[in-house]
Design a protein around this ligand. Structure first.
Ligand SMILES: [Mg+2]
Length: 263
C-alpha cells in the first residue's frame, strides 16, 4: 500500500506530538517526505490555534519550513467550504473566536453584525466569550432560515484543569434551540478532506491519511477515498481496531514503525 502513496495528510495531536512533546519519529517523517518530494498537509479539528501558530509550534519542536497554507484547521475547512459554496458578498454571522472571524474576513466575506437583518450563513466555532445574547442572535438567525454550519462537533477539549466545553457543546445548545442540524466541517466530514486534497494535489487513492483516531481521522479519510494508516500513539488502540466498523489499511505502533515499513 505504501508504495503507491504520492501525497500525505497528517493529523497532529497524537501523531506528531502529545501536548508540548514531539512523538518519536516526527522529524524523521518530515525528512522522509521531503527527501521523496511527497507533498503533505496537516489537518486538525482544533480551530483554536491559527495555521501560523501551528507553524510556530512545529518550528519549536524542530520542524522548520512548514508553510501556513499546508495547515488545515476546521476553521480553514469551513472557510474553504464558504468560498466554494457562496458568492463573495454573502454576509456570514460568526459565533466563534477572533481567529475564525479573521479567516472569514481574509476570505473576503463581510461579517454580519446588524442585529435585525437576516444573515445567509451562521458559522459556529468555539467562542470562549460566549454570552446568552450571542446565543440568542445565532438562534434567531438560524430560525429565520440562515444556513447553519459548525466547525467541529468535539464536545470537549482538554485543559490542565480537565475537559471543558468545546464547539460541539455550543452546537448542542443551538440544535436544541433551533431544531436544526449543523453542517459540520471537521474530520470525519467531507469538507476537511476536500480542503486537504486541494492542498496536497494528489488523487485520493494515492493519498495517505496518518491519524490516531478511528472515528475521525480513519473513518473520514476512508469515506473520502484516501488510504489510511493508524498510529497507536494517541487515542485509538489495537482493541479499538478490532471493534471498529471501518478499519485502517495499516496499523503501526508509532511513526518509526511506519517509516520502517515505508523504506
Ligand atoms: Mg489526533
Amino acid at each position: 500500500m505504501l508504495k503507491t502513496i504520492a501525497g500525505v495528510v497528517l493529523d497532529m495531536d497524537g501523531v506528531l506530538w502529545k501536548g508540548d512533546e514531539a512523538l518519536p519519529g516526527m522529524t524523521a517523517l518530515f525528512d522522509h517526505l521531503n527527501a521523496r518530494n511527497i507533498p503533505f498537509a496537516l489537518a486538525t479539528n482544533n480551530s483554536m490555534k491559527s495555521p501560523a501558530e501551528y507553524v510556530g509550534k512545529l518550528a519549536q519542536l524542530g520542524v522548520p519550513k512548514i508553510d501556513a497554507a499546508q495547515i488545515i484547521t476546521s476553521g480553514v475547512a469551513a472557510v474553504e467550504y464558504l468560498k466554494a459554496t457562496y458568492p463573495k458578498d454573502t454576509s456570514v454571522h460568526v459565533l466563534g473566536g477572533d481567529g475564525l472571524k479573521g479567516l472569514v474576513v481574509a476570505a473576503g466575506f463581510p461579517l454580519h453584525y446588524l442585529e435585525r437583518t437576516p444573515a445567509k450563513v451562521v458559522l459556529v466555532g468555539l467562542d470562549m466569550h460566549v454570552t446568552y445574547d450571542k446565543l440568542c442572535r445565532a438562534t434567531l438567525l438560524i430560525r429565520a432560515g440562515a444556513d447553519f454550519i459548525g466547525t467541529n462537533d468535539d464536545a470537549t477539549f482538554p485543559t490542565p484543569e480537565g475537559l471543558v466545553p468545546g464547539a460541539g457543546s455550543l452546537l448542542a445548545l443551538l440544535r436544541t434551540a433551533t431544531g436544526r442540524e449543523p453542517l459540520l466541517m471537521g474530520k470525519p466530514n467531507a469538507a476537511m478532506f476536500a480542503a486537504a486534497l486541494k492542498i496536497v494535489g494528489t488523487p485520493p487513492e494515492q493519498t495517505l491519511m496518518i491519524g490516531d483516531r478511528l472515528d475521525t481521522d480513519i473513518a473520514g479519510a476512508a469515506k473520502a477515498g484516501l488510504k489510511t494508516a493508524l498510529v497507536l500513539t494517541g487515542v485509538s488502540s489495537r482493541a479499538d481496531v478490532e471493534r471498529a466498523e471501518i478499519k485502517p489499511d495499516a496499523v503501526y505502533a508509532d511513526l518509526p514503525a511506519l517509516l520502517t515499513a515505508w523504506t
